[in-house]
Design a protein around this ligand. Structure first.
Ligand code: SF4
Ligand code: SF4
Length: 228
């Protein structure tokens, strides 16, 4: 039996005041992207823990696709809310990592915001969403976001890599995205498109970034989703 089992995960979720906590194995059963990224950051990693906090629906309800020049945008409340959630998640990643370090294991905390990202490709050094799916926290929606059973896409994530012996959390069989296309239809930048072949989603990340760089909070692909 691993030292850190489902009971430990349940206790930590409660003690660290997390809404989501899952464990993905890092081995030959893992998606190749997840395994490669994890082992590039920490070659001895055998598990990725994914931590999540709910984004308040009251704040998401204030989001709007555009605003008039000079108009105050209540949707900008999303930024301080993200800062708050990231702070809580980051503290939890360090609290858990300290626990593993004291037990003699390695542990690398990966932050909720500010993960190193190649700005030419907009690819981060760690695929949080894929780790979250592999740890059973949800599935990927047509909006390219993690869709969870309880909160839909309204979640912030952080992660930890460790070589502590962990029991992986089960992966649900159902797909939490209903393929309703509401996110695609609502995207003001037309950055989301119906995916082709077996892809889960199709997003032009640069179109999304360009739209948001004009000072708009957007995130209408979160607000439009009926899940959670
Ligand atoms: S955040 Fe990006 S992908 Fe989502 S609706 Fe806005 S422009 Fe589209
Ligand atoms: S809005 Fe509809 S299609 Fe888009 S992620 Fe949510 S459930 Fe899936």
């Amino acid at each position: 039996m691993p030292d850190y089992d489902h009971k430990f995960i349940g206790q930590m979720k409660e003690r660290l005041d997390l809404d989501l906590l899952g464990v993905a194995p890092i081995d030959n059963s893992s998606p190749i992207e997840l395994k490669d990224c994890a082992q590039a950051l920490m070659p001895t990693a055998t598990s990725a823990l994914v931590l999540g906090k709910e984004i308040y629906r009251e704040i998401v309800s204030l989001l709007r696709p555009s605003k008039e020049v000079g108009e105050a945008d209540p949707g900008e409340l999303l930024k301080p809310h993200y800062n708050y959630l990231s702070g809580r998640l980051n503290k939890a990643t360090y609290d858990l990592s300290d626990l593993f370090h004291k037990a003699g294991y390695r542990s690398l905390p990966l932050p909720s915001a500010g993960c190193p990202t190649d700005q030419r490709t907009l690819v981060a050094v760690f695929p949080y969403k894929h780790a979250a799916v592999t740890s059973g926290l949800g599935t990927i929606g047509r909006n390219g976001l993690l869709i969870t059973e309880k909160f839909g896409p309204r979640v912030r994530l952080a992660a930890i890599l460790t070589d502590a012996p962990m029991e992986s959390t089960p992966v649900p069989k159902e797909n939490f995205c209903d393929d309703c296309q509401a996110c695609i239809d609502t995207c003001p930048a037309q950055a989301l498109q119906p995916p082709e072949d077996d892809a889960f989603y199709a997003i032009n990340k640069f179109a999304c970034r360009t739209y948001r760089q004009t000072g708009l909070t957007c995130s209408m692909c979160i607000k439009a989703c009926p899940k959670g």
